[in-house]
Design a protein around this ligand. Structure first.
Ligand SMILES: [Zn+2]
Length: 424
């Protein structure tokens, strides 16, 4: 295992959230005439893009053989657009890239290039009437990395898990002798030697774990498994770094080490891991509620109030509900000087867009309304937050506190660094 996938996982939950939105928008795209002319390309890490370019040039030539001429032309338009945009990029970077391009519903060539949050593990070139986004979608399923450690007298297996991805980092045998039955004096001596060997082994495992889980693949939580006695012995040996000890969220009985054991451990720990995600969010919500309840003046909520506090650099943490996924748009009329702002849920965006062309302008009564500018709230808040060093946390509605954020506080709240208003 290399250490290359160390940095990218430090991406904030917000970046992932924004990417999730982008992907949702991509998912709604269709080719202009439902032909197979939308191009999806996945390029694995560190690939030379000149190689990809030559492949695409070949595909460009092949596209002339497509029976339906308008489809062939659409594929070629997509390919030229891609070729012109990737020609100055030397290689595909640490995580690879994903490219989506083609003539969509709007009859325009649209181009999207995404730097995935995790390494691309497939090489793909595909034309279809939709974009193929599943590979990236899978990467976004879980943001938290956990360590799974199986420790026995006979060996240890250390793994990390993040979403659907499970990597075994180390799998070692200990060569600590088993507890054989022996007779007489030699038995006591043998037991002592075995005990010493076991202690040395646990020390070695602790060192490996400290390095792997604190440095190479930093984890947010750690699950430990092993045969009943071994894992207890290990936890008592105290060689495990206290920072790592604090991260232990569960200890489970597992009969064996190796890949099979890790799978079993993961299965047993599943509920604990899910709870852990929720606990992080609930702690934040409870902190907010506490400020509100004690009237400390350090809690505020509502879009206007939170934006205002962000602009004054007074916000420590913005809490935003995952259900506040609205795109706000500045709508203008091409026939007169009418303008207005409206917002819709991201998932209703395409529907809204379709209906807009049938709507009449309330001022001149012609159907010439168009979207001048659009922005989505989370992206906007994130920019404001970044400028002032505030942290943004997306809170799911899967638990009571999260549902309350959405229901009672309009989905947006903030914990402040200092009091903004006196009598608040
Ligand atoms: Zn008008």
């Amino acid at each position: 295992m290399s250490q290359q996938n160390n940095q990218e996982d430090k991406r904030s939950s917000v970046e992932r959230y924004i990417l999730k939105h982008e992907i949702e928008k991509l998912e709604a795209k269709r080719s202009f005439n439902m032909s197979t002319s939308l191009v999806t390309i996945y390029v694995p890490p560190k690939t030379r893009l000149s190689d990809i370019s030559s492949q695409l040039k070949d595909e460009y030539g092949t596209a002339t053989n497509i029976k339906d001429k308008s489809t062939g032309k659409a594929v070629q338009a997509a390919l030229s657009s891609i070729l012109s945009r990737i020609k100055n990029i030397p290689h595909s970077g640490e995580n690879g890239i994903a490219i989506f391009c083609g003539i969509t519903q709007g009859n325009k060539v649209e181009f999207f290039m995404i730097n995935p949050p995790e390494p691309v593990s497939i090489k793909l070139y595909l034309c279809d009437n939709v974009f193929h986004i599943n590979h990236i979608k899978e990467m976004l399923e879980s943001k938290t990395r956990y360590g799974l450690a199986l420790i026995a007298r006979g060996g240890a297996t250390l793994a990390v898990v993040q979403g659907p991805r499970l990597d075994i980092i180390r799998d070692e045998d200990s060569f600590v002798p088993g507890k054989h039955k022996m007779g007489g004096q030699s038995q006591a001596r043998f037991q002592r030697l075995t005990e010493e060997a076991a202690q040395r082994w646990y020390g070695k495992v602790s060192e490996m774990m400290n390095k792997i889980y604190l440095e190479d693949f930093p984890v947010e939580g750690l699950v430990i498994g092993g045969p009943a006695l071994s894992k207890t012995e290990f936890l008592e040996s105290k060689e495990i770094d206290y920072r790592l000890r604090e991260k232990v969220i569960g200890v489970f009985d597992v009969g064996y080490t190796g890949k099979v054991g890790i799978r079993e451990l993961l299965e047993r720990a599943q509920d604990k891991l899910a709870d852990f995600e929720l606990v992080k969010e609930r702690v934040l919500m409870q902190k907010f509620m506490e400020h509100l309840g004690k009237d400390t003046g350090l809690a505020t909520y509502g879009e206007k109030q939170v934006k205002d506090a962000l602009e004054k650099a007074a916000v420590e943490i913005v809490l935003i509900s995952e259900d506040v996924d609205r795109v706000s748009m500045e709508i203008k009329c091409d026939g007169c000087d009418y303008s207005t702002t409206e917002s819709v849920r991201t998932k209703d965006y395409n529907e809204f867009f379709k209906k807009l062309s049938d709507r009449n302008c309330p001022q001149c009564n012609e159907s010439k309304l168009f979207i001048e500018k659009e922005s989505d709230l989370i992206t906007e808040l994130n920019e404001l937050a970044e400028n002032t060093g505030a942290r943004l946390e997306v809170i799911s509605t899967a638990h009571e506190d999260g549902a309350m954020l959405y229901g009672a506080f309009g989905g947006i709240a903030a914990i402040l660094r200092y009091k903004l208003y006196d009598g608040y």
